[in-house]
Design a protein around this ligand. Structure first.
Ligand code: BES
Ligand code: MN
Length: 456
């Protein structure tokens, strides 16, 4: 029996326990953005460290940062010539609101049909477990053929704010040939995917102030510029009719798509119909001259993530609000930077904000856009592993999401990320009823198991 086969048999024999351990992990509400969950975030870090101990990793540490801690562990017992692969993950999750739309408790994972429902099941505790459990299977059977280092952070969902500092201060500890990052998902259950680019992010809070207190809308309406209205007028001007972003200089550094790149996007098995069915919208929107896959993978965007102003309770209240607030973020592509985007947003507001209101722009968090090497030995090892399990070559594509670590590892460690994952586009990530497609998850564990044997 081949070495890989011994480990794969172990995976199959332990699948149920793997799932029950994943449920334990998902029970910890490690919401990184909420102060009230700080203790839970710490508990999740401890849970990951305990897993690393249980699979015989060395030098396991919960390493503090100015924010949430990073969990580190390593096994460096392979031969000198074997590569060192970092395995990346994040143990933090997004908030769960609106709670009333969840069919079951977000932190009590339940199986319904082929899916496991819980916050973080797909993004990305399930993926962290897939890596841990593939390595467990190898450690318990043949032993690891390569060296590995674990980097599991707790701030990915808030822009990996302190990870740059951490990586910079621990370059030696983290030195590796490349980084396996299963946080990028796949296009569909029969479409194994290697992601070759991610968008960056620049996230702002925009506040508009009018009168110094809420006013009677009958006494003052018509003489005072309503801040809610002023805010949406500003927001309305941030796009033109064709979905183009109107911040000054926004597209200056955006790389043009080559004919070849366009042909590659065209070949992806994705249809407008599927997108409409998945999201429930009546029709698609966006720059008409680009394909949907190009608009999410290779074009920058600006989104309103949330709006707040005035009276939103039950019934009515005739009020002219004192202020209005919007959360706005831009997805960026190479070679845009979050710093320049902040300046462009400021310039737009300076130019367009009326004299009738005051405004304030706060920078919340940033992530760089990345393109990764699609020909490395690591990518080849992964492509072979995906093929072994799915029986077909993986698709290569650029994705619209952001992962802060990718650029930081390129910059400070010189390690390129191999981006993949077993989350699906309809897993409801960041939404109510997040779920994990279990048949795909089990395949993912098998694929990662293959991966580690593919370096000889
Ligand atoms: N797993 C996602 C990123 C992702 C999604 C990559 C889809 C590829 C395809 C990750 O956990 C995430 O949601 N990241 C945040 C980062 C942000 C807060 C800086 C994102 O993209 O919104
Ligand atoms: Mn996420």
């Amino acid at each position: 029996m081949s070495e890989a086969q011994q480990a794969l048999d172990y995976v199959r024999g332990n699948g149920e326990r793997y799932l029950s351990e994943l449920k334990d992990f998902l029970a910890i509400p490690s919401i990184s953005t909420l102060g009230e969950n700080k203790g839970d975030v710490q508990r999740a870090a401890e849970w990951v460290a305990a897993q690393l101990h249980s699979i015989n990793m060395d030098n396991v540490q919960i390493m503090p940062t100015a924010g949430h801690p990073v969990v580190y562990g390593e096994w460096l017992g392979a031969s000198k010539s074997a590569p060192t692969v970092m395995i990346y993950g994040h143990y933090d999750v997004q908030p769960v609101d609106p709670m009333e739309l969840w069919t079951s408790d977000p932190f009590e994972a339940v199986v319904r049909g082929d899916y496991l429902f819980a916050r973080g099941s797909s993004d990305m505790k399930g993926q962290v477990m897939a890596s841990l459990k593939a390595v467990e299977a190898i450690v318990r059977t043949t032993g690891l053929p390569i060296n590995i280092k674990w980097l599991v952070e707790g701030e990915e969902e808030i822009g990996s704010e302190h990870l740059g500092e951490f990586i910079k201060n621990n370059k030696k500890l983290l030195a590796s040939d490349f980084c396996l990052n299963p946080d990028a998902g796949m296009m569909g259950p029969t479409k194994p995917t290697i992601t070759t680019g991610l968008r960056g992010l620049a996230y702002f809070e925009l506040k508009v102030y009018g009168p110094d207190k809420d006013l009677h809308s009958g006494l003052f309406g018509g003489t005072i510029h309503n801040p809610a209205q002023a805010l949406i007028e500003l927001i309305a001007g941030m796009h033109d009719k064709n979905g183009k972003v109107m911040l000054p200089g926004f597209y200056d550094k955006v790389r043009k798509l080559s004919k070849k790149e366009h042909e590659e996007f065209k070949r992806l098995p994705e249809s407008n119909k599927e997108l409409i069915a998945m999201t429930g919208v009546p029709a698609l929107w966006g720059e008409p001259q680009f394909l949907p896959a190009e608009r999410t993978g290779a074009r920058p965007t600006l989104e309103v993530n949330g709006l707040l102003s005035g009276f939103t309770g039950q019934g009515s209240k005739t009020v002219l609000p004192a202020w209005a607030m919007a959360k706005i973020s831009c997805r960026l592509v190479p070679d845009q930077t979050p710093e320049e985007t902040f300046k462009q947003m400021k310039a737009y507001l300076k130019k367009n904000a009326p004299k009738t209101i005051k405004w304030e722009l706060i920078n919340l968090h940033n992530a760089g856009a990345a393109i990764t090497d699609s020909n490395s030995a690591g990518v080849q090892a992964l492509a072979k592993a995906l093929k072994a399990v799915w029986g077909k070559q993986p698709y290569f594509r650029r994705e619209g999401g952001s992962i802060g670590s990718v650029v930081l590892l390129q910059k400070y460690v010189g390690a390129d990320s191999i981006l993949t994952g077993f989350g699906l586009p309809d897993d409801n990530v960041h939404s109510p009823n997040e779920r994990l497609h279990l048949p795909t998850w089990y395949k993912g564990i098998e694929a990662l198991t293959h991966f580690f044997y593919n370096f000889k």
